[in-house]
Design a protein around this ligand. Structure first.
Ligand SMILES: *[C@@H]1O[C@H](CO)[C@@H](O)[C@H](O)[C@H]1NC(C)=O
Ligand SMILES: *[C@@H]1O[C@H](CO)[C@@H](O)[C@H](O)[C@H]1NC(C)=O
Ligand SMILES: *[C@@H]1O[C@H](CO)[C@@H](O)[C@H](O)[C@H]1NC(C)=O
Length: 400
């Protein structure tokens, strides 16, 4: 009896070890920075010839292997990290098979730059999910931005595909891509709002992590991820944050359960090592003015009073000027002005409202367009958001 229990325990331990070894860890994908080069025999100039020439990747179509310092005409093609990146020509694609935990949600972070003065797009796919990410707006002076995208693993091995759907006249046009990372997201929709603890290992590549405690004892924040601590992977050595592109409402969100609603414009997810963040290690910078809304839907009781509170400020990234964050919830709204010196700081905003339905959408929008000295778009940061039912407290206090 004891022997079989021990044998079962050993068997279980072996299985868990095997499983841990198989599923990918948070961080860089295998050769996600393309520093492992294709063999010389597989290159014709910059063009990659063989389907499996780039270690850990499979390509199709016109794919180039670009070294830093390489020029296109007079223009230097910069590489965001290390010495190499990849360029996808018209209809070209690159893919990698990734071992994951079936049913779990993941976000992918990668860097991309456009190379010709025109609209470029990338189509990212993990079947059955597929989305077109717009990359025509540049939010950094380097020309590179990092993007995030989320999906659910429908199997224990998935194919992650990045495809350039463009059909430009110049075959050498097409986005440069580099630095692919993955991060497991907390399990989705534990719709019981009391359960805010995510059984999730501490993410790597983070600093200044604040202990996760409810600051106001006795209040239940009905919003999840109100401090934006759970989100896409940010590399230590990329100082420009990660864009969270707009999504359809039924898509997976890298900032779940927050969603980014817009036709083409993103928000920027910023980290404490490179930005001033009002609380914890992460926040969201609203970089696209009124064109983009950051929203979360919350279960509410019609007729009950609620109080929404949040921080609005600047990320200390040189984004100076008059800023305004507008928040909407139920039929109420509040405008919070903030005068930014671009050096970091924040103010608190609050909105009292009565729920009109059994679900309330909390919405944040930046009411102005802000720009840094280098001409790139920027905006106010939003962080530390809470929504509490105020009557529930009154009732609780009466009982005590
Ligand atoms: C390399 O590319 C050039 C120009 O596109 C082409 O003429 C040549 O045949 C290619 N060489 C090989 C070995 O494919
Ligand atoms: C995006 O890529 C997927 C997989 O390669 C493909 O099935 C889909 O048709 C592509 N979508 C567009 C709009 O090109
Ligand atoms: C919310 O209200 C709608 C209609 O007013 C109703 O159909 C739906 O079942 C309600 N949902 C919950 C969770 O109560």
């Amino acid at each position: 009896m004891a022997g079989s229990v021990r044998r079962a325990a050993v068997f279980l331990a072996v299985c868990l070890a095997a499983r841990a070894a198989a599923a990918i860890q948070d961080g860089l994908l295998p050769n996600g920075n393309f520093e492992q080069a294709p063999p010389k025999s597989q290159l014709n100039g910059t063009r990659v010839m063989g389907r499996y020439a780039i270690p850990h990747w499979e390509i199709s179509g016109f794919v180039e292997y670009i070294g830093s310092g390489q020029k296109q005409g007079d223009m230097l093609l910069p590489v965001p990290e290390g010495a190499y990146a990849v360029r996808l020509g018209n209809e070209a694609s690159i893919q990698q098979r990734i071992a994951l935990t079936r049913g779990a949600h993941y976000s992918i972070t990668f860097s991309a730059a456009r190379t010709c003065a025109q609209t470029e797009q990338l189509n990212v796919t993990v079947a059955p999910e597929s989305d077109i990410l717009p990359i025509q707006t540049v939010y950094t002076s380097s020309g590179w931005d990092s993007y995030s995208w989320a999906f659910e693993a429908t199997g224990s091995v998935v194919s992650f595909i990045v495809h350039n759907p463009g059909v430009s006249e110049d075959a050498a046009c097409g986005p440069l891509i580099d630095l692919f990372a993955i991060r497991a997201l907390p399990p989705p929709k534990s719709s019981n709002s009391k359960d805010r603890s995510y059984p999730h290992p501490p993410p790597s590549g983070r600093a200044n992590e604040a202990p996760k405690t409810d600051r106001i004892p006795g209040t239940d924040n009905l919003l999840k991820n109100g401090d934006f601590e759970e989100g896409p992977y940010i590399f230590r050595n990329t100082p420009w944050g990660v864009l969270v592109p707009p999504m359809d409402e039924d898509d997976y969100s890298p900032l779940s359960p927050w969603m980014v609603l817009s036709s083409t414009k993103s928000v920027k997810y910023v980290d404490a090592p490179h930005h001033v963040v009002p609380r914890g290690a992460r926040a969201v910078e609203l970089v696209s003015g009124v064109e983009t809304a950051l929203v979360q839907d919350v279960a509410t009781v019609p007729g009950r009073p609620y109080r929404l509170e949040f921080s609005a400020g600047d990320a200390g990234d040189g984004c100076a000027g008059a800023m305004t964050v507008q928040a909407y919830a139920g039929r109420g709204s509040v405008r919070v002005p903030y005068q930014s010196q671009g050096k970091g700081g924040h103010t608190r905003g609050a909105l009292e409202f009565t729920a009109a339905a059994n679900q309330t959408r909390v919405v944040f929008v930046s009411m102005a367009y802000n720009m840094k000295g280098d001409g790139t778009l920027c905006g106010p940061v939003v962080d530390d958001v809470s929504l509490v039912c105020t009557r529930k407290h009154a009732a609780r206090r009466l009982l005590l």
